[in-house]
Design a protein around this ligand. Structure first.
Ligand code: ADP
Length: 250
């Protein structure tokens, strides 16, 4: 009995160790690409930058944008590292979801010119949650919706009571984008997982990090939020988040 428990424990530790090793090796691999690009442009600039104004401009812009990508990647890696070490702190408070949803929506709407963003419903609701990460989670879903929907597409956000249960808020993020095949739908929450990049490239999108949804999932889990994915390749995707509402007894 004891030996079985002990073996299981060892197995779990080994698994955690393997996962950690894979995380480090995947992360290093992802960081190598931007560094290589930056070095390439730096090299080009040192050879030709002085003689050619256009080359100079192009090179500087490419270095700037690649450095920005790298910074985003590093922020995400640090978030997950903190999460793994249980150092990612959540300050849960009674949070006005209507205000938060409205705010994130307006900011996204200003940032995105090429898509139609609609806020279908935004019901008043208080939840016990950490403001910073809740905002981050919502942004991840919205940014993905924009990223994987060709220009001109529609992205709808709505926040309303769950039809089956009044003690729950249902947040939906729907898009008319490229969609996710059935067999991919559970994998997209894994770290570094991206659906076949050739298809996403076709939608005119640069490859992401594959980390956004794993971060969103972590945040959701910490808040007791359930995530459902429904998607049709070529038609669009709907993420439904079921957020437990705070029961306030007076
Ligand atoms: P990424 O940085 O690649 O966007 P994510 O972890 O946020 O990483 O998402 C993982 C993968 O899930 C994406 O690479 C994409 O293939 C797929 N995906 C996520 N959201 C959508 C969406 N709204 N429509 C279509 N595909 C999506």
């Amino acid at each position: 009995e004891l030996a079985v428990t002990f073996n299981r424990m060892l197995e779990r530790i080994q698994q955690g160790f393997d996962q950690q090793q894979r995380f480090v090796s995947d992360a290093s691999h992802e960081l190598r690409t931007p560094v290589t690009v930056i070095r390439g442009y730096a090299d080009m600039l040192s050879r030709w930058g002085r003689h050619d104004e256009e080359t100079l401009q192009e090179g500087l812009e490419a270095i700037g944008s690649e450095a920005e990508n790298m910074q985003e990647l590093i922020e995400k890696l640090l978030f997950l590292a903190r999460a793994d070490q249980k150092r990612q702190i959540l300050h849960k408070e009674l949070l006005d979801m209507q205000a938060l949803v409205g705010d994130v929506f307006r900011k996204m709407q200003m940032a995105v010119g090429s898509h139609h963003l609609q806020l279908l419903a935004n019901e008043p609701a208080m939840v016990l949650a950490d403001k910073v990460t809740m905002r981050q989670m919502l942004r991840i879903f919205l940014e993905n919706a924009v990223k994987y929907t060709p220009a001109g597409g529609v992205i709808r956000l709505s926040s309303s009571r769950c039809p089956e249960n009044a003690g729950c808020l249902e947040l939906m993020i729907e898009d008319t984008g490229i969609g996710i095949a059935e067999e991919e739908q559970e994998k997209i929450f894994q770290r570094f997982y991206r659906v076949d990049s050739s298809r996403t490239k076709e939608a005119g999108q640069p490859g992401g990090t594959g980390l956004g949804l794993s971060i969103a999932k972590w945040i959701a889990d910490r808040h007791g939020i359930k995530i459902r994915v429904e998607s049709q390749p070529g038609a669009g995707t709907r993420f439904t988040l079921k957020i437990p509402l705070q029961v306030v007894r007076l």
